[in-house]
Design a protein around this ligand. Structure first.
Ligand code: SER
Length: 325
């Protein structure tokens, strides 16, 4: 177990794509009983349930979070609950409620209970069509066109405000699309880069909802977990930024991903039928400059397209052969 000043950790959104793997990584690092997992409605996996405490809360209802914070004497929160970009366009009010009022509730609780640290993730969705799309700088135009992006800009600004005004140690990165094999994502624009693996392995066919030449920044889950934990363990005196770090790992087009998958599954066929998510993807950067994260807290990713695809196919093929996909 790692010695840390963060003693009792709460992961909100622990049943989701990132939360489920983050919770297990934190339990391994800080001890099972020191990491409380929280979900809203979805039934947690046996793994999550059997490895440590689990509670149901609703981030939009402050008292439900406060109850768990008091009961477990929480001093650190990772808020991974969010409505992603595609669902956010369908349900913009819900998106605002969960992503902004939810974050506001967490920050108020952190201030009231003098928490050690809070993680509030942001996203490449904070950028918009006016932002330079290639090697997008840390400091640039933030004029997103999606409700998801708007809520993420608000989250970054609120977190930075709580740091400066109240001294709450809030931190966050702008995640790119996250690719993972454990829990599927739900309701995002970058979801095709995960769905494609399941369909390639099960049916050797996939209909992609963005065009073949659509390039987006992506990251494999082990790097996502590493970015999250490394930033939370960084020395605060070295940080000049807090809630808005650009982090990058790899960028590829949908077509390049298909070609890489074909190296492992030669008969794989992908068709392209762009839908409303194409416009969202077109408003986001293609690649990200993460020099500030590298300098301030030593960020460095491990995976590229080739190693990510190989690992995804190895893991999912094994599950498929065991009848668990
Ligand atoms: N993966 C997210 C989405 O597609 C971006 O942060 O909405």
């Amino acid at each position: 177990m790692v010695k840390s000043d963060m003693k009792r950790i709460l992961v909100i959104g622990a049943v989701g794509q990132i939360g489920s793997e983050l919770t297990m990584a934190l339990r391994e690092r800080y001890g099972n009983d020191n990491v409380v997992a929280c979900g809203r409605k979805t039934k947690p996996s046996e793994k999550l349930l059997n490895s440590g405490p689990f509670e149901f809360i609703d981030v939009t209802k402050r008292e439900t979070v406060e109850k768990v914070v008091k009961e477990y004497d929480i001093d650190t929160i990772y808020n991974m609950a969010a409505i992603l970009s595609a669902v956010g366009e369908d349900k913009p009010l819900l998106c605002w409620d969960v992503n902004v009022n939810g974050v506001f509730n967490i920050l108020e609780i952190a201030r009231t209970y003098s928490m050690k640290r809070v993680f509030v993730p942001s996203s490449i969705a904070v950028f918009g069509p006016e932002t330079p799309r290639v090697n997008t700088p840390q400091e640039t135009v933030l004029k997103p066109r999606t409700m998801y992006g708007i809520t993420k800009v608000a989250g970054e600004l609120l977190g930075d405000y709580y740091f400066r005004k109240f001294g709450v140690d809030v931190r966050g990165v702008r995640y790119p699309g996250i690719i993972s094999s454990e829990t599927p994502p739900g309701g995002g624009t970058t979801d095709y880069a995960v769905e494609i693996f399941y369909e390639a392995i099960k049916n050797k066919r996939y209909t992609c909802f963005v065009k073949e030449d659509t390039v987006l920044p992506m990251m494999y889950m082990p790097d996502c977990i590493k970015a999250t934990i490394d930033l939370m363990e960084a020395d605060v005196s070295k940080l000049r930024h807090h809630c808005d770090f650009n982090v990058a790992s790899m960028s590829f087009s949908a077509g390049e991903l298909v070609e890489e998958i074909k190296k492992h599954i030669p008969g794989f066929v992908c068709e392209y039928k762009p839908d409303f998510r194409q416009a969202i993807a077109d408003s986001w950067p293609q690649s990200i400059d993460d020099g500030v994260a590298r300098r301030e807290w030593g960020w460095k990713p491990s995976y590229d397209l080739k190693s990510m695809v190989k690992d995804m196919i190895d893991k999912l093929s094994k599950r498929y052969e065991e009848g668990r996909l």
